[in-house]
Write a protein that binds this ligand. Structure first.
Ligand code: FAD
Length: 467
């Protein structure tokens, strides 16, 4: 049978290769390490963890990444099995012995009878005569391949830096302080002229806020990140603050064209705007707030903003070297490159973020390829599952109409990406939960539904593949 080529044996490529081989599909893995290295990898082992040794929360009842773990285990994931086998104590998190973990992944693949290995750098986007291919070359894709992808997809479609603004859960914004309004009431895609959430700052609050930004602890760029230019249009917020106390008021925090709905007679001195980030309307991003502040500092300082005192963050800001595609534009719903449908992309290069998420997208790319080989039309998992929610972020199912191209940014899995669920009903005593209790109940309901729906999706796949 024709093999499937998997380019890159990182988290995503290793998982993809395993899923294919376990389904009886021969695989050829192309990996450049240790002959050529990325700036972050240190070894020639597959699925090397380049930084932290944590797969984050393992709580499948209450946490979105924990649900993703559970779904992956259910699908026979090699990454999860190897992590489970080489766990180190880390409370509720799943952390691993990084060396033993990646050795286990490497050994399982190297000894698999259906897996072959071709060492070396893949220099260009594979041509059609390679047949089905999964490209999973990660955030530090080798330059020649990145250039080839850029040539094929257009300069706007492959970014070399992410510029991540924090994203807030809509239900944690205090709407007794904030209000909905577009600048100058300009109607956007919704047609209402009220697309943005606005948080007002008076003069004192603004100056305290700018002062805090200018003194915040930041994460330094790594040496190899320093020479990639990124500055046009995405200056970190703290850097703008450092340029002068009024800079932000004339930039992303300008108060013009906005009237405080709660206090129409008080002109805000500055305004932070948040824009809807997903079709469900559960997530809002802080416009223009890309930052290199440490995560703890971000939470502390952004909660100084009136209306965000109790903000819960689905994602904190960042700025890193990161090669990723404008996937909602370039990829179809099953991760195929529209312009070259024999190529699927997987892993962080598709615009997910994190070890677990990258492996999960690798798992899906493989399962779609397997379904296709069986003559079926691959079916994405539903948006009620962690895999489906993450895939929706990547392929654009969760996008808003009217979202400009080039605004796509990577994201970790989180409950805000899941299809919303009806309000939790009363508990045994018939009382409707409120506040924190309500949020907890909602997460549990989302998690339980996800696990059940993913199991059903897998069973349907297996039944169909076997038929
Ligand atoms: P990778 O795991 O990077 O795998 C890509 C593979 O492709 C590599 O083995 C590479 O050698 C190979 N390759 C690249 N180009 C070619 C080519 N042309 N030909 C052949 N082979 C090629 N996530 C977390 O969850 N926690 C963290 O702490 C964390 N820290 C990070 C730190 C840094 C510096 C970076 C860059 C990312 C970090 N991430 C972290 C994000 C991300 O989850 C990881 O980068 C993850 O490894 C991505 O998985 P992947 O499979 O997409 O890519």
């Amino acid at each position: 049978a024709l093999p499937v080529h998997v380019v890159g044996a990182g988290l995503a490529g290793s998982e993809a290769a395993w899923q294919l081989a376990q389904a009886g599909v021969p695989v050829i893995i192309h990996e450049m390490r240790p002959t050529a290295m990325t700036p972050a990898h240190r070894t020639g082992a597959w699925a090397e963890l380049v930084c932290s040794n944590s797969f984050r929360s393992d709580d499948a009842e209450n946490n979105a990444v924990g649900v993703l773990h559970a779904e992956m285990r259910r699908a026979g994931s090699l990454v999860m099995a190897s992590a489970d086998a080489h766990q180190v104590p880390a409370g509720g998190a799943l952390a691993v012995d990084r060396v033993a973990f990646s050795e286990a992944v490497t050994a399982a693949l190297r000894s698999h009878p259906l897996v072959a290995f071709e060492p070396g750098v893949v220099e260009a986007l594979p041509p059609a005569d390679w047949g089905p291919t999964i490209v999973a070359t990660g955030p530090l894709t080798a330059p020649a391949l990145a250039e080839s992808i850029r040539a094929e997809t257009g300069a706007e479609s492959l970014a070399f830096f992410d510029a991540i603004a924090p994203i807030v859960h809509r239900d944690s914004i205090d709407m007794d302080v904030a209000w909905f309004q577009s600048r100058y009431d300009k109607p956007g895609p919704s047609g209402t002229g009220a697309d943005y959430v606005n948080c007002p700052l008076d003069r004192d609050t603004y100056h305290r806020f700018v002062d805090a930004l200018a003194r915040a602890e930041i994460v330094a760029f790594r040496d190899w990140e320093k020479d990639t230019p990124y500055f046009e249009g995405c200056l970190p917020i703290e850097e703008m603050a450092a340029r002068g106390p009024e800079t932000l008021r004339h930039g992303p925090m300008k108060p013009v064209g906005l009237t405080d709905r709660h206090r129409p007679d008080v002109k805000p001195y500055a305004v932070v705007q948040l824009r809807q980030d997903n079709a469900q309307g559960t997530l809002f991003n802080m416009v223009g707030f890309q930052t290199k502040m440490k995560h703890g500092e971000q939470v502390r300082i952004f909660r100084m903003i009136p209306g965000l005192e109790r903000a819960e963050f689905a994602r904190l800001g960042g700025l890193h070297r990161n090669t990723f595609l404008d996937s909602p534009k370039l990829l179809d719903p099953t991760l195929r490159l529209r312009a070259r449908p024999h190529v699927r992309f997987a892993g962080q290069i598709t615009g997910c973020e994190g070890y677990v998420e990258s492996a999960a997208i690798g798992l899906l790319a493989a399962r779609f390829t397997i379904a296709e080989r069986g003559g079926a039309v691959p079916q994405p998992p539903p948006a009620t599952t962690a895999h489906g929610a993450l895939l929706g972020h990547v392929t654009g199912a969760g996008r808003l109409p009217g979202d400009e191209p080039g605004t796509f940014q990577p994201m970790n899995v989180n409950f805000g990406l899941f299809a919303p669920i009806a309000e939790p009903t009363g508990n045994a005593a018939g009382r409707r939960p409120k506040g924190k209790e309500k949020t907890a109940a909602r997460k549990q309901a989302l998690a339980a539904r996800a696990r059940a729906d993913f199991a059903a999706w897998l069973d349907a796949q297996t039944g169909r593949d076997a038929a």
